[in-house]
Design a protein. Structure first.
Length: 222
């Protein structure tokens, strides 16, 4: 019972941190109760797939889909932008978590290498959630995010080439999560590729988002 409670609690925290960061990046209001509700559903599904059925990679795919559907149907983000926000959430969180994993193991401060223990996983999750939350808080406090994502579904949306590029950059995030798990389990010597690839994609993603936001501001001001 304790294992179930801890798994649920830390999984909800991770989901909350991802949603929180995504909303702060795109300057959308935070709905804490709804985020916890979404996180609880995601955590329960994850527990059933990973612990009961040992379907880890299936769980990764289902979690990605659930995140997208919650952005779209629960938080009422336009379906196209919901996909973009899902990609941003995963790219950002995976960059943070993979970097933490790499640094911890490289400095020998604490080992989270396979075979994993519950404590090592919880330590990694806690550090990742804390860093993600701090970054989200900083972005929100200093208004560093972007304005081009509408927070309503029923509006006319014109999808430009730059937005399509942003979508294409965020799309591989699900495959990076799967790749990270495979490298962690079987090819740990190549794990450094994960934060590097994530960083490159996230930089390109943020650069295009910045250009999109700036272009939109210039259009409005004119």
């Amino acid at each position: 019972m304790l294992d179930f409670v801890l798994y649920m609690a830390f999984s909800i925290l991770e989901a909350y941190a991802m949603f929180y960061l995504a909303f702060k990046v795109f300057k959308i209001d935070i709905y804490p109760v709804e985020i916890v509700f979404a996180g609880a559903i995601m955590a329960f599904v994850s527990y059933a797939l990973r612990i009961d059925y040992q379907m880890v990679l299936t769980d990764v795919f289902i979690q990605y889909l659930l995140t997208f559907f919650f952005f779209w149907l629960l938080f009422r983000i336009h379906v196209f932008y919901a996909a973009i926000m899902t990609g941003l959430a995963y790219l950002s969180y995976m960059l943070i978590q993979s970097t933490c994993y790499f640094i911890i193991n490289s400095t020998f401060l604490y080992s989270v290498k396979p075979p994993f223990t519950a404590i090592s996983v919880y330590v990694l999750q806690s550090i990742s959630v804390l860093i993600t939350s701090v970054i989200g808080f900083y972005i929100g406090k200093y208004r560093k995010g972007f304005d081009f994502v509408p927070d309503k579904q029923k509006i006319k949306v014109t999808i430009a080439n730059r937005e399509i590029k942003i979508f294409l950059l965020s799309a591989p995030s699900i495959f990076l999560v799967i790749l990270m798990m495979i490298l962690t389990q079987k090819y740990s010597q190549f794990f450094f590729l994960i934060p590097v690839i994530n960083a490159i994609l996230l930089y390109a993603y943020l650069y295009l988002s910045y250009k999109k936001d700036r272009t939109q501001d210039e259009f409005i001001s004119s």
